[in-house]
Design a protein around this ligand. Structure first.
Ligand code: EPZ
Length: 429
């Protein structure tokens, strides 16, 4: 298994192109199941999760072809992926595939909407806690589906098609909103989705569905109104930039010190995180090119953070912010409200000498002046990248094991950091 070696202490100076968002690319690719036409997605990041989803969709009969340039070649765009689901050959998503990537459970909605049936393995828990799908199933039931759970599989049926309905989410769910949208666009009649997730990735999906012929009002708000149509057609859509990748490198620049331009990202996609970063003492400057983050000379200030649904501080940046706070000049409190068990990075950060104590759903981080490099590993991708951030500012060498977690969500991580002067090297197995 590949490892990444980082020797800390170099400031970051330069430009980092921000890739297309993993968490937008995945539901957009799944939306290709809704139409026999061709969906062309531009700026798709080269990530192992994307590769895995191509395989999963291929299993259902989607023809996937790719054209595009690599980072480092002329232009720095992601792949152009063409997905054509002219015929769906299988409405079953087996355990072997769904268990490897949770988001693949979302195929349940387009398969059901287009084919009247879907049999999809329950995804099960994962490293960040139990992650139920009850609200996704509730949404499908509100649109007239019958749901049965048998031998670890969800069997969803709507032989006469789905019908519009009212879906009130008791809590904000990104996957629930993706599911409700993909089911409602082909349902007969009008669907109201209340307390919808407003994450930019949900908006990106809704905008792509509109290009495919869907009728959706209220995009970007917590109340979506969908008027079902009989068919959707092909379209071309560009995946929005990855706000979590951008936030990660913004925190990395603040941690290591220096001056970094995050190319192609707009502040409104991660304003809550940028506000916290400024409170922590970094300078954040929005330009036409992207966001510039600087920290020169000043120490890192302690800042409390609570994760929330968008537009609040994202749970997917919690581990990275905690890494930054390990070197703050004081104590900070980081509260996780979205997932129950998303603190696995705490014990790994402790290997650098970080002082962190857990208190229910919060971590109390007592900043120290110097972290020391260490061998580490982590169990999910955001936790893994928090170790990269710590390593960039730690004295000496850090070896990060189980790099496949990073490859799931960060395109060309070593290349992007190296070109800003970091001492980062991948050691191939
Ligand atoms: C998406 O997961 C993201 N994944 C996650 O990113 C992200 O952390 C999360 O949204 C929150 O922003 C993708 O987009 C592929 P949720 P999702 O449904 O949709 C509870 C990463 O690192 N809930 O918004 O699965 C749930 O337990 C990943 O890229 C129910 O109770 O998250 C959680 O507490 C990790 N019942 C809350 O809602 C349900 O049926 C929000 O989860 C569904 C969710």
């Amino acid at each position: 298994m590949d490892r990444i070696k980082i020797v800390g202490g170099s400031p970051l100076r330069g430009s980092i192109p921000i890739s297309g968002a993993k968490n937008a690319a995945l539901p957009l690719m799944i939306a290709s199941l809704l139409t026999p036409g061709t969906l062309v997605l531009e700026n798709v990041p080269r990530l192992s999760d994307v590769r895995m989803l191509k395989r999963i969709l291929g299993n259902h009969g989607v023809d996937v072809t790719v054209a595009g340039k690599r980072i480092g070649e002329t232009g720095e765009d992601g792949e152009v992926v063409r997905l054509s689901a002219a015929a769906i050959v299988d409405t079953v998503a087996p355990y072997e595939l769904v268990s490897q990537m949770r988001a693949s459970f979302w195929v349940v909605a387009p398969l059901l909407a287009r084919m009247g049936e879907a049999k999809v393995s329950l995804p099960g828990g994962c490293a960040i806690g139990t992650r139920p799908v009850d609200l996704l199933l509730m949404a499908l039931e509100k649109l007239g589906a019958s749901i049965e759970i048998d031998a670890g599989y969800v069997i969803a049926r709507a032989p006469k098609g789905l019908t519009g309905g009212e879906i009130d989410f008791p809590k904000v769910t990104v996957g629930g909103t993706h599911t409700a949208l993909m089911a409602a666009v082909l349902a007969r009649g009008t669907t109201l989705i209340r307390n919808a997730a407003r994450e930019p990735e949900v908006t990106d999906l809704a905008e792509c569905l509109v290009k495919m012929g869907a009728r959706i009002k209220g995009i970007g708000t917590a109340e979506l109104e969908v008027e079902g149509v009989a068919n959707l057609h092909g379209a071309t859509h560009r995946v929005l930039p990855d706000r979590i990748e951008a936030g990660t490198y913004a925190f990395a620049a603040a941690m290591a010190g220096g001056d970094v331009m995050l190319e192609g990202i707009a502040p409104h996609h991660l304003q809550a995180a940028l506000d916290k970063l400024e409170q922590a003492g970094a300078e954040v400057i929005a330009t036409n090119e992207g966001i510039r983050v600087r920290r020169n000379g000043h120490g890192i200030q302690p800042v409390d953070v609570t994760t929330e649904a968008f537009p609040g501080f994202p749970t997917d940046l919690q581990a990275q912010f905690m890494a930054l706070m390990t070197r703050a000049e004081g104590t900070s409190r980081i509260t996780e409200t979205i997932f129950e068990n998303r603190f696995m990075h705490v014990q790994e950060l402790a290997r650098f000498g970080a002082r962190i104590r857990l208190d229910g759903d919060a971590a109390i981080v007592e900043g120290i002046q110097t972290l020391k490099g260490a061998p580490v590993m982590a169990t999910d991708l955001r936790a893994s990248v928090s170790l990269v951030i710590a390593a960039l500012a730690a004295e000496g060498e850090t070896m990060i094991n189980r790099v496949y977690h990073l490859d799931r969500g960060f395109e060309s991580l070593e290349a992007k950091l190296s070109r800003c002067g970091a001492n980062v090297e991948r050691i191939r197995a």
